[in-house]
Ligand binder design. Structure first.
Ligand SMILES: NC(=O)c1ccc[n+]([C@@H]2O[C@H](COP(=O)([O-])OP(=O)(O)OC[C@H]3O[C@@H](n4cnc5c(N)ncnc54)[C@H](O)[C@@H]3O)[C@@H](O)[C@H]2O)c1
Length: 325
């Protein structure tokens, strides 16, 4: 059984990738400092608790296990925090990626899968957004991921690192058996916030802006089920194993839903009402972010299978009403 290192494997998306790797016959080796993640979320393989900034710890992990590839999920991922504290984003996101790559090069591990983001595109000039769209991030979070992508291009040329950079749109949903799901504190993503209102643990939902040039005036996003995202990592790994060249892929569905459409579907799925109040727009929020996911289908053979709105909300609701962490 082949070992695959999963940084951030105790987090939301990484914990789903751990399960997909296990299902596909790999042994996932999670490295996580549990700053945002949860021990209980790691349901397969091994967990090594430590920080990516600690090069000795990383060296120890690479010596203990025979990892053929790395999936790199661990990072800071709050846009607002990145604007307030850019230093943290460059030091942790970019700095830790450099440390990880340094140890990989020393240990001659050359396959790398990056959690990147549609935030690397910045304000879209057109939608749907294809991988060729100019990248011009508008916050340090997106910039930090864009830096890592640029570093990877150069490490490919100079040192033979082969990578797949997966630019996620909005991750959503929970595992189909409700065993693992999203558990952040504070929760900044839309669906958990909607469901907290439906479940009675939060007051009104704050809707930021209802005067965008969209059908109902609220922002439109492309929501991709976390199980689909996780599966894409295994497709990416297989691509690299087939000697595929380094590539960038959007992971989305190609369909967008507005905040109010999400609220309506949440009310249908939960049978509860979701009260909301409209607040002013947030700076930097584009009206519409929708992926063109056709490259991932053409080259990797991947497409979203669980990302219809109802499945996303049903799995999230089941998770929220039964969660153990
Ligand atoms: N959630 C989304 O919608 C979304 C969208 C685009 C991209 N991404 C990217 O996907 C990745 C995973 O996102 P998530 O939502 O699962 O986040 P998450 O916070 O749930 O998971 C990140 C994990 O990394 C761990 N971690 C953070 N810093 C670490 C460090 N220095 N050393 C060791 N472990 C560390 C945390 O404890 C956590 O378990 C991130 O890189 C994020 O930028 C997420």
């Amino acid at each position: 059984m082949q070992d695959v290192l999963v940084t951030g494997g105790a987090g939301y998306i990484g914990s789903h990738a751990v399960r997909e790797l296990d299902r596909a016959g790999y042994r996932p080796i999670t490295v996580d400092n549990l700053s945002e993640g949860h021990r209980e979320a790691v349901t397969a393989g091994e967990l090594e608790v430590g920080d990516l900034a600690d090069e000795d710890f990383l060296t120890f992990v690479f010596e203990k296990y025979d990892c053929a590839a790395v999936m790199h999920f661990a990072s800071r991922c709050y846009v607002g925090e990145s604007v307030e504290n850019p230093q943290r984003y460059y030091e942790e996101n970019v700095g830790n990626a450099l440390t990880l790559l340094r140890v990989m090069l020393r240990k001659r591990v050359t396959r790398f899968i990056l959690s990147s983001t549609c935030a690397t595109y910045g304000q879209p000039l057109e939608v749907p957004i294809s991988e060729g769209h100019p990248q011009d991030p508008v916050n340090p979070y997106g910039e930090s991921k864009f830096f890592i992508e640029r570093i990877l291009r150069q490490y490919d040329r100079a040192y033979g690192i082969r990578f797949v950079s997966l630019r996620y749109f909005n991750a959503a949903g929970a595992s189909l058996d409700a065993r693992i799901g999203e558990a952040h504190d504070p929760e900044t993503h839309l669906i958990p916030r909607i469901l907290a209102v439906a479940g009675g643990s939060a007051g009104n939902l704050k809707v930021y802006g209802d005067d965008y040039p969209t059908e109902d005036g609220t922002c439109i996003r492309d929501y991709i089920h976390v199980v689909d995202l996780a599966a894409a990592h295994v497709f990416g790994l297989k691509w690299l194993e087939r000697d595929g060249k380094s590539e960038f892929f959007n992971l989305g569905t190609g369909c967008g839903y507005s905040v109010l459409q999400m609220v309506k579907m949440a009310e249908e799925v939960t049978g509860k009402s979701v009260s909301f109040e409209v607040r002013p727009r947030r700076e930097g929020d584009p009206p519409e972010l929708i992926a063109d996911p056709s490259k991932a289908l053409d080259l990797l053979g991947w497409k979203a299978r669980h990302s219809d709105l109802r499945t996303i909300l049903e799995t999230s609701w089941r998770w929220e009403t039964t969660r153990r962490y």
